[in-house]
Ligand binder design. Structure first.
Ligand SMILES: Nc1ncnc2c1ncn2[C@@H]1O[C@H](COP(=O)(O)OP(=O)(O)OP(=O)(O)O)[C@@H](O)[C@H]1O
Ligand SMILES: [Mg+2]
Length: 223
């Protein structure tokens, strides 16, 4: 269970989050929608411990990441949270397989185990024939799927995605969205996804609507 409560966050004079609370239960796919500037990325970064709130609490399965020092926090993040961004952020000098294995190698998982896990994920994604290619040789859809594999390699409690399909065409977008639901089905993966895609938002279990730093609506699927 991941719970943020009464999150307040300002940048200089601008209050971007004005008291936001969200609870995410394991296996859920939650979307966050709202107009540009509403605070969606800021909220996701706080849930993901990449940024700290001015006020409010963050609880990650009983752990308060706000109390960790920077090394402890980096470790905690690598162990528990996978990130997918709008642009893949794969390392250009490394192969697809190396990119996927990297978070595991950084965590000190042995080379053999890290690459085995990477290969297993690449197979799941149907990208085996591309495993030794560099990101520049992959299509946009393949790059985003690789970014998802990289996010999965540590078996995180949650994947946080910020407009993951924002730079894809409609076919690749649909494929990426299907992958999220397949992963939930197959391994119970939990997701929090910031999106401008109405179809994706409508398919998620819960859609949180953020406006001007406040939750203005929560839409449960099928209600
Ligand atoms: N590091 C920062 N320093 C100063 N202002 C910031 C910073 N990060 C975000 N902001 C401001 O906070 C507000 C909310 O930003 P945020 O990125 O959370 O919006 P968003 O809902 O993700 O928007 P978009 O849909 O355009 O990505 C914006 O007005 C933005 O300019
Ligand atoms: Mg944003």
């Amino acid at each position: 269970m991941i719970e943020v409560k009464n999150i307040v966050k300002s940048f200089d004079q601008l209050q971007v989050l004005k008291g936001v609370s969200v609870t995410i239960t394991p296996g859920e796919i939650v979307s966050i929608v709202g107009p540009s500037g509403a605070g969606k990325t800021t909220l996701l970064q706080i849930i993901g411990t990449l940024d700290k709130p001015d006020r409010g609490t963050v609880d990650f399965g009983g752990i308060n990441p706000l109390k960790l020092n920077s090394a402890g926090l980096a470790r905690f993040r690598n162990d528990n949270i996978g990130f997918v961004f709008q642009f893949h952020r794969l390392l250009p000098e490394f192969s697809l397989e190396e990119n996927v294995a990297l978070p595991a190698l950084i965590a000190g998982v042995g080379r053999k185990a890290a690459f085995e896990k990477a290969r297993q994920l690449i197979k799941y994604l149907g990208l085996e024939s591309r495993a030794s290619h560099r990101p520049s040789e992959l299509s946009g859809g393949e790059r985003q799927r690789t970014a998802v594999a990289r996010a999965l390699v540590r078996e995180p409690k949650v994947i946080l995605a910020d407009e993951p399909s924002g730079s894809l065409d409609s076919k690749n977008r649909a494929e990426l969205h299907r992958l999220f639901f397949d992963l939930r089905e197959d391994i119970g993966q939990t997701f929090v996804i910031v999106t401008h895609d109405e179809h994706l938002a409508a398919d998620t279990d819960r859609c949180i609507v953020l406006n001007d730093g406040l939750i203005t609506e929560i839409i449960q699927k099928g209600k």
